[in-house]
Design a protein around this ligand. Structure first.
Ligand SMILES: *[C@@H]1O[C@H](CO)[C@@H](O)[C@H](O)[C@H]1NC(C)=O
Ligand SMILES: *[C@@H]1O[C@H](CO)[C@@H](O)[C@H](O)[C@H]1NC(C)=O
Ligand SMILES: *[C@@H]1O[C@H](CO)[C@@H](O)[C@H](O)[C@H]1NC(C)=O
Ligand SMILES: *[C@@H]1O[C@H](CO)[C@@H](O)[C@H](O)[C@H]1NC(C)=O
Ligand SMILES: *[C@@H]1O[C@H](CO)[C@@H](O)[C@H](O)[C@H]1NC(C)=O
Ligand SMILES: *[C@@H]1O[C@H](CO)[C@@H](O)[C@H](O)[C@H]1NC(C)=O
Ligand SMILES: *[C@@H]1O[C@H](CO)[C@@H](O)[C@H](O)[C@H]1NC(C)=O
Ligand SMILES: *[C@@H]1O[C@H](CO)[C@@H](O)[C@H](O)[C@H]1NC(C)=O
Ligand SMILES: *[C@@H]1O[C@H](CO)[C@@H](O)[C@H](O)[C@H]1NC(C)=O
Length: 407
């Protein structure tokens, strides 16, 4: 499968070359394109229409070498502008690395392919990369899409082995009036789904770093994570907050890669950033991939972020984690776990992947209608329920497992 996109590319380039001399001789054999009904199956028609304009395709082939895309993006961006081949309204194949300097919003009625080993990056905090496609989106092996916010819409989305959607440490500003970034110079972790850890906790008095926010939208999370605290006024911040990912897939999301919105690493002089937000809406989620909004490590670890999966069925073995970040200054007190909500089953999991912590994940108001089916607190997470227990209504069960301590 690794060489497949390359062969398509070579074929397209060859076809382009042919077109220059014999327009209309672009008859691709279904062997080259079909791939047993794989998503590029319709590249026959697409490449034919996109390649029939010889003047624009020769421009494309010379632009294909451009590694850095640096002009500011105003108005609509074409596939060619990104160094790709084809059109967003038919099929666009991105085959060279692109670094953007500002937000990118693409709307297309076709398919998008990010070929193997290709990176599409906007490496500044809060920068947005949005591909709103009505066809299929395929992200090849070792391909990376990285920005502060990554929004994708597609009929089907496939992320092949070792591909990444990476918003780690690229969060923009969290919602105003939240206390996600701790005050003072304790080097405490940022908060979001769970509180950040503070290593000043030396006794039973509750003490934590950044606090939580975004509870009311945990079914559809969309907030950035928060920065960790610094250790002096000169070195102000620790790790940055995690970014945001929203994937809207009409049919199947096949995930063999990773979707991450983790908090940044604060090192020994700052707290870890808190995890960001990941929301996946799809009919089916399949594959063996990984979804993480974990907190970043730091002097005090960052709190986990928020993940919500709204999928009618989840098959095979996609792993989800929202654990808090490791605390270098107090390893027994990691950042608190964030929240992982299954919006189809209406169940909430709060798990810390067995990282020990003294820092809580506050569970706030539970909805009365519809009732949640399960709330599971596991793997060393510690929750704080500020309501009277009699008012917590959960249809099936409220399970507290493995090292849980009620506060
Ligand atoms: C062919 O390309 C030229 C230059 O990019 C463009 O102006 C023209 O509209 C294109 N024609 C078609 C049929 O796409
Ligand atoms: C793609 O299709 C949409 C909707 O049909 C249209 O608004 C847009 O202008 C088209 N874009 C290009 C680049 O042709
Ligand atoms: C894109 O960049 C990555 C990392 O810098 C590199 O490994 C890869 O080979 C590049 N891919 C292409 C198609 O140039
Ligand atoms: C894509 O566009 C549709 C229609 O405008 C909109 O409803 C949807 O929310 C968009 N998806 C993303 C991920 O922005
Ligand atoms: C999505 O994938 C499924 C399974 O491969 C396929 O049957 C369906 O036709 C695809 N949908 C689109 C719009 O390509
Ligand atoms: C995903 O991984 C599984 C197990 O390794 C493999 O069988 C499957 O073909 C892969 N699918 C894709 C789209 O990479
Ligand atoms: C994800 O982003 C983080 C922060 O920018 C970076 O350290 C890490 O190497 C990236 N991972 C991948 C696989 O691109
Ligand atoms: C517990 O520790 C905190 C911070 O180190 C300190 O402010 C507080 O006075 C201590 N409380 C007790 C009862 O020792
Ligand atoms: C946590 O510990 C339990 C019990 O020892 C074990 O079953 C589980 O696999 C561990 N989880 C992780 C993420 O390490």
């Amino acid at each position: 499968m690794g060489m497949y996109p390359l062969s398509v590319l070579v074929y397209l380039l060859w076809c382009m070359f042919l077109c220059l001399f014999q327009t209309r001789l672009c008859v691709l054999s279904s062997m080259e394109c079909g791939g047993g009904g794989y998503w590029l199956g319709n590249c026959l028609q697409d490449s034919e229409s996109s390649l029939s304009n010889s003047s624009s395709t020769s421009v494309t082939s010379s632009k294909a070498e451009i590694a850095e895309f640096s002009s500011s993006m105003k108005g609509s961006v074409s596939c060619e502008d990104l160094g790709g081949v084809g059109y967003f309204n038919t099929t666009c194949l991105l085959h060279s690395n692109v670094t953007l300097e500002s937000d990118l919003h693409v709307y297309g009625t076709g398919n998008l392919g990010v070929l193997a080993h290709v990176s599409v990056l906007c490496p500044s905090e809060g920068c947005v990369i949005a591909f709103n496609m009505t066809g299929t989106v395929n992200i090849g092996q070792y391909a990376v899409i990285s920005a502060g916010s990554v929004f994708l819409s597609a009929a089907n989305l496939t992320m092949e082995d070792n591909s990444f959607i990476n918003t780690t440490a690229l969060g923009g500003l969290p919602p105003s009036q939240t206390s996600g970034t701790p005050v003072g110079f304790d080097g405490a972790g940022g908060g979001h789904g769970g509180r950040g850890a503070s290593c000043l906790k030396k006794n039973d008095t509750s003490n934590w770093g950044g606090d939580v926010y975004g509870w009311s939208s945990l079914h559809r999370p969309s907030s950035y994570g928060s920065k960790g605290g610094g250790t002096s006024s000169e070195k102000k911040f620790g790790g940055n907050g995690g970014g945001r990912v929203m994937l809207q897939v009409e049919e199947i999301f096949y995930l063999n890669g990773s979707v991450v919105a983790e908090g940044g690493d604060g090192g020994v002089d700052g707290g870890g950033g808190s995890g960001g937000s990941i929301f996946v809406l799809a009919v089916k989620l399949k594959g063996y991939g990984f979804i993480s909004a974990a907190g970043g490590m730091g002097l005090g670890g960052g709190g986990g972020g928020r993940v919500s999966l709204d999928c009618y069925s989840i098959q095979e073995n996609v792993k989800v984690t929202v654990h808090g970040g490791y605390s270098i200054g107090c390893p027994e007190n990691a950042g608190a776990a964030g929240t992982y909500f299954n919006a189809d089953l209406l169940s909430l999991r709060v798990g810390n992947d067995n990282m020990t912590t003294e820092t809580e994940t506050p569970l706030l108001v539970f909805p009365v209608a519809p009732l949640w089916s399960n709330v599971v607190v596991e793997n060393n997470a510690k929750v704080l329920v500020p309501l009277l227990w009699s008012r917590v209504q959960v249809a099936n069960f409220f399970a507290l497992e493995m090292g849980f301590t009620e506060s």
